[in-house]
Design a binder for this molecule. Structure first.
Ligand SMILES: [Zn+2]
Ligand SMILES: [Zn+2]
Length: 226
């Protein structure tokens, strides 16, 4: 039987009481690093940003993936994505963004690092889809219907939106943190990419705080409203 999404999962790092615990371990702000929120979602820098501006859009409730969102929450997630694009334009001069989701884990071991809805958002980055295709993970055009279908069928997926085009790729059996690795490859990052290897480093703390300060300044006194 499916768990009630209204009930937080006490073992989930994106639910209370563990929410923000990893930030504390890394010496980073948690609750105080939330850039914006409503009753459905909150926006926070990634614990181990792959680039300046790397954010997570996280569901307030313990919902496993975008395929599990009801149509209203899906529309609201898309509106948040657009809000982040406007924020990137103010902060970095361009609203282009990379959106990534590793869908739900499966009994076979899927690609999700955390089975709780979160979208990774990075400013101005692309090239991840090409890495997936090179790895023979060909995609199809993404929509809420496609993602819900995969979720209901018990399949995992990888969602990639870049340059305004969203595609969904097979996610069953991909290695842990596959999309982090693919993004590091696409961005040509030389260093380690597993979050556990970088999240407590000084350089990581600097990037997290720079992201927070830059985007908070860009949001301005009016917050993140359009
Ligand atoms: Zn959760
Ligand atoms: Zn993630």
């Amino acid at each position: 039987m499916a768990a009630d999404p209204a009930v937080p999962d006490e073992d989930c790092v994106l639910c209370p009481p563990l929410r923000f615990r990893l930030n504390t371990i890394a010496g980073l702000p948690g609750r105080d690093a939330v850039l914006a929120e409503d009753d459905g979602f909150f926006l926070i820098p990634d614990l181990a940003p792959l680039a300046e501006g790397h954010l997570l859009l996280v569901a307030s409730a313990h919902l496993p993936c975008a395929g599990a969102l009801d149509p209203d929450l899906w529309d609201r997630a898309i509106a948040w994505r657009d809000t982040v694009g406007r924020l990137y334009r103010r902060a970095y001069g361009d609203s282009e963004l990379l959106l990534l989701e590793h869908g739900p884990a499966t009994p076979q071991g899927g690609g999700a690092c955390v089975d709780h809805f979160h979208w990774h958002l990075l400013p101005g980055a692309s090239g991840v889809r090409a890495v997936l295709i090179r790895d023979r993970l060909d995609g199809v055009p993404a929509s809420h219907a496609v993602l819900s279908g995969r979720f209901r069928a018990g399949r995992s997926y990888l969602l990639v939106e870049e340059a305004g085009v969203a595609t969904v790729h097979p996610g069953d059996g991909v290695p842990g943190q596959y999309l982090r690795r693919a993004t590091a490859t696409a961005l040509g990052l030389p260093g380690p990419w597993r979050w556990q290897e970088v999240f407590a480093l000084d350089e990581n703390r600097r990037r997290f705080l720079s992201t927070l300060n830059t985007l908070r300044a860009a949001a301005g006194d009016n917050g993140l409203a359009a």
